[in-house]
Ligand binder design. Sequence first.
Ligand code: ASP
Length: 406
Amino acid sequence: MKKTWTLPMQILLALVLGIAAGLVCGLAGLGDFTVNYLKPFGDIFVNLLKFIVVPVVLFSMIGGILSMDDMKKVGAAGVRTVAYFLCSTAVACVIGLALASLFDSAGLFPNLAGDAQSAEYEAAEYGGFLSTLVSIFPTNMWQSFSSANMLQVIVIALLFGGSIMAAGEKARLCRDIVASVYAVIEKLMAFVIGLAPIGVFTYIAWVVATQGTAILGSLALVLLCAYIGYIVHAVVVYSVSAKVFAGVSPAAFFKGASAAMILAFTSASSAATLPVSKECADSMGADSGISAFVLPLGATINMDGTAIYQCVAAVFLASCAGMRLSIGQMALVVVTATLASVGTAGVSGAGMLMLAMVLEAIGIPVSYIGLIVAVDRLFDMGRTCLNVTGDIACSLCVSRWAGKKA
Ligand code: ASP
């Protein structure tokens, strides 16, 4: 049988080959070669990321709102589930931002301002809370789309999602159109993510050749920062809530969730892990009907690992751009990363696409994603593991709250 290379294997190979190519080019003084002949192919990948970000955000958020409509049918359990999801995601953002700011103020994140990248960078004007609030309400939605103004796109999605819900049966066609367009967008996302090995190889070769190997150390540090966040969140939020609200000890919780956590870590897809998450949750005493509702919804809208990653990446890339986030911008990151994680699909690489939205919102050029694209898979494995663990913890708590836990 012909051996096929899975995408993760291709990305890993691209990473190793890219670092090797970057080192060789750097030593041979061929930095310009990487800028002129390799980076453009990475740029194509990043352009495609930018190209799909508006439709992805728009349709996934409308779809997310419509899926909450189903929640009405499950009543109180639905409200508690969404409350758990939103609170834990907001805490995840705070953990991510706090840790990343700590790393940043300790001087562990690089400042690349002054090189070719930062020439493209223009800091966003931050005009205070009220003027930001006014500016997120669009007057012309085509303008919002064409300028990729993410906050406005979110507002448009919320308005349309809410209105479709309010129109009830008459909006059946709109619901079907949203579902159908989203199915197409998922294929488009899969296509763009499939090009990741090209982006990884060309960008890492360019970055290593022009920045030297020090950047690899920075990437290791930003990964470390995200993983500390993932672990702190799992221990502090999930195991504590499982203990306090569902009476499951931390050891029993992590042991019971381990099969799903391992599968999520290796597959980097919460959606693909769903059947195993259900097994794990039910075997720890979650009500089967409740986990059947909480877990698929969680795999669609509850992404705490993704939120931590987006916060850490935002602070890291801001630092690379020679920028320090103000408190107002951090609040904006919390809001956009929470919404972005709601809109992130439970498939590998989706969180990186939604990172574009967070960066746009705070005025960091999306092209900066190029700096971390090479190691996205490593972030993704950890964030998916956390995403799935959160869904399992939530199904245990909601089961207990509904008085249905064994
Ligand atoms: N891979 C993640 C998940 O499936 C989503 C992401 O890329 O952040 O949960």
